[in-house]
Design a protein around this ligand. Sequence first.
Ligand code: IPE
Ligand code: IPE
Ligand code: MG
Length: 249
Amino acid sequence: MSSLKDNINPDKLPKHVAIIMDGNGRWAKQKGKHRIFGHKNGVTSVREAAEAAAELGISYLTLYAFSTENWSRPKTEVNALMSLLLQTIKDEVVTMNNNNIRLNAIGDLENLPPRNYKHLLKAIEQTSKNDRMTLTLALSYSSRWEILQAVRQIGEKVKNGSLRPEEIDQQVFEKHLTTNNIPDPELLIRTSGEYRISNFMLWQIAYSELYFSPKFWPDFRKEDLYEAILDYQCRERRFGKTSEQILKK
Ligand code: IPE
Ligand code: IPE
Ligand code: MG
C-alpha cells in the first residue's frame, strides 16, 4: 500500500506552508485536563510538522504560535505559554542544528518577556547558518499590527524625503513587512475546525490556498501535513485567469 507521502508530487511542492495551530485548549478539555496540558502536547505536533516539512523539501514553514490578541488571555495561561515557549526554544536548538533548520521569528518580539526575547534572538543566531528550511514562529504577531508598522515606516521615509509617494508599490510595501525575506505562503492550514484567519498574514495570503483540518493541533501528525499538501496539489491556482489560460502553459 502506498503511503500518503509517496503520492506527493515533489515537483509541485509549496515553497512556503503556514499553519494556524489551533485547538490546544479544546483538546485538553476533552481529556478533562487544563488548557496548559494542551499547549504542552502541541509541542510534539510542532516537531512533527517541522520534521515532515523539512523531509519533504519545503523551504519555509511558518507557525502562528501567539497572536497580539492572545495577550488578553488569563495571566496564568499567558505565563505558562511564555515558559513553554522559552523551554522549547532552548531545547530545540540542537535538533534544529542537526536538521539544518534555521529559526526565524515575526511579530512584536520586543513585547515578549525579556528572557524569551533574549533566548529567541540567541536561537535565531545559533541557527542562522542553516539552509535546509526556515522555520518562522509568529509570536506576539498580528497582521494589522504588521501592516500598521509598515505604514509608519513608509510614512517616516516620505517625511524625510527618502521615498516619494508614487514610488510606493507592492514590492516597496512588502519590504516593510516582517516577512520581507519570505515568499508568500502557497498553502495556509488551520487546525481545530475553525474557519477564520484570526489576524494572520492578511497581506501575504491574498492568493494562498486554504486548508482546514478538523483535528485539534495536539493531534496533528506528519500524515496530516501530507494530506494537506496532497489536497493543495489537486487545486488549480488561477490568479484571476481562466482555466484554459492556465492549462495552455
Ligand atoms: C492554539 O490553541 C494555541 C494558541 C492560540 C496559543 P488554543 O489555545 O487557541 O486552543 P482552543 O482554540 O481554545 O481550543
Ligand atoms: C489564533 O488562534 C492564534 C494562534 C493560533 C496563535 P486563536 O485561538 O487565538 O483564535 P480565535 O480567537 O479563535 O480567533
Ligand atoms: Mg483557539
